[in-house]
Design a protein around this ligand. Structure first.
Ligand code: F0G
Length: 461
């Protein structure tokens, strides 16, 4: 008899060689742990967590090839050969001319912001990211959101919710003058919009516009390979291109970049700044010595640079991205089957649950996303992250930002969890959803000055 197979599933292009054993906890233990953590999942001890979806940052599994390269790290203080390997990989795969390694992405943001931003400058961007915006503000800049409106609507199914609204940018240019805008801050796969991509057509349009006014595009390329995967899947004319080709093309349309290698590049620590401008490079190479270390290691060990160089190449493999995003989509579809409200389309690095829709009886001041993240942990030991009013923080004048999106991020580390883990997560979310009406909100009892979501504490109302 002939099998009637309609569907062909994706599967991981690797097998597992080593495992890390996890501690299983009881509900009573978890209630105690989250209370002690001030209902902030950042303050939990990781050994009390079963499935850790706090972030996809630095939580990747490295391959045997990366571990092999790790052992060949050149730990020379100056002129390490591992630095030259990293430089060569960035030039080959991303095409940027000059690079400065940093210990992670925010260090690159700090250096670049200090060099390019003057007090009172406007920095337009396709949605803010916490550390990126803070460094822009600390350098004296004012961030202006120019992402398309659809990005703020969790129900919009726009295929490229990371796109820039050129009219919004044009308004800023007309209002402030191009001289006040040192660059457009362009993220590929916009984290806080739900891991949503920018289309190549939009990027080309942005390039044409910024060329006219002599404004740079600085690329936050933290998740560029995931963005390229969506272009390949969704954009006309790109279905036959490889992720490698698409990533190279994206980078070629920008003038420089900051990168947290802890995401796409499949390592546990590292980042870099890249630029095509010699003057900017000269200054960055000088500043990195102040904050990170000599310009040929920038706060990294030689072995870290080796692992990044290999990780960059692995991240651009089509089969890797298909399985990576395939796993995220698998979880998202399961959650939708259970009626859990999530941001659509499903993003690249995680599932973003719409906490306003999940807990409509809570006001934003009662921290619906923070509350839901705590409830998920209590239910199953799954650790997620708030991406709503707590993450958005306060404006320079002290007022709270009230972001439209109040989300809980279920972030999937790369090459770490199995499909069975995805089932457990979706079932737990469904269980919490079933008893949502009985869930009470939180009040903030401690608030740190910077990036409050990391260390704030809460109590049950
Ligand atoms: N840009 C984006 C888009 C990011 O997602 C991050 C980090 C950074 C920059 C900063 O890089 O952590 O290496 O200093 N995002 C992590 C997250 C923390 O969980 O989303 P970093």
């Amino acid at each position: 008899m002939k099998n009637q197979i309609i569907k062909r599933s994706w599967a991981e292009p690797y097998k597992i060689k080593m495992v890390e054993l996890l501690k299983m906890t009881t509900r009573q233990q978890r209630i105690k742990a989250i209370k002690e953590a001030g209902y902030n999942t950042f303050l939990l001890k990781s050994e009390d967590v079963y499935i850790d979806l706090l972030t996809d940052s630095g939580t990747n599994s490295m391959s045997d090839r990366q571990w092999g390269a790790f052992m060949t790290g050149d730990e020379a203080y100056a002129g390490s050969k591992s630095y030259y390997k990293l430089e060569a990989a960035i030039q080959k795969y991303y095409g940027y001319k000059y690079i400065v390694p940093t210990h992670q992405g925010r260090a690159a943001e700090n250096i670049l912001s200090k060099i390019l931003i003057k007090k009172g400058d406007i920095i337009p961007g396709n949605m803010y990211f916490t550390t990126t915006r803070l460094h822009q503000e600390l350098a004296g800049g004012i961030f202006a959101d120019i992402i398309i409106d659809e990005a703020h609507d969790p129900l919009s199914e726009h295929p490229f919710k990371g796109n820039v609204d050129i009219d919004k940018l044009d308004k800023l240019v007309k209002e402030h003058g191009a001289a006040k805008i040192p660059y457009v801050s362009l993220a590929t796969n916009v984290n806080l919009a739900g891991g949503q991509p920018v289309s190549m057509a939009n990027l080309k349009e942005l390039r044409a516009y910024t060329n006219k006014y002599n404004i740079r595009i600085i690329h936050d390329m933290t998740r560029v390979a995931e963005n390229a995967y969506f272009i390949q899947q969704r954009e006309f004319g790109y279905e036959k291109k490889t992720i490698k080709e698409i990533v190279f093309e994206i980078c070629s349309l920008t003038d420089g970049a900051t990168m947290s290698a802890k995401k796409d590049a499949l390592v546990n620590i590292g980042g870099f700044m890249a630029t095509n401008e010699w003057d900017v490079f000269e200054e960055a190479r000088n500043l990195v010595v102040v904050y990170e270390g000599l310009h040929t290691y920038g706060g990294l060990a030689g072995r870290d640079m080796e692992a990044i160089a290999v990780g960059i190449a692995e991240s651009l493999d089509d089969n890797h991205q298909k399985a990576r995003v395939g796993q995220v989509e698998y979880l998202g579809h399961k959650m939708m089957e259970y009626g859990v409200p999530i941001v659509k389309p499903i993003g690249g690095h995680g599932i973003f649950v719409d906490a306003k829709a999940f807990l409509p009886h809570l006001t934003q001041d009662q921290f619906p996303a923070q509350t839901l993240a705590a409830e998920m942990y209590i239910d199953s030991g799954v650790r997620t992250m708030e991406r709503g009013i707590v993450s958005a923080g306060r404006k320079a004048n002290g007022e709270n930002y009230y972001p439209k999106l109040e989300l809980v991020r279920f972030t999937i580390p790369r090459r770490v969890y199995t499909q069975a883990h995805m089932d457990v997560i979706a079932e737990s979310a469904a269980h919490v959803y079933d008893k949502r009406k009985s869930i009470k909100g939180l009040e903030m009892i401690y608030e740190p000055k910077y990036l409050r979501f990391f260390q704030a504490k809460f109590a049950k109302l």
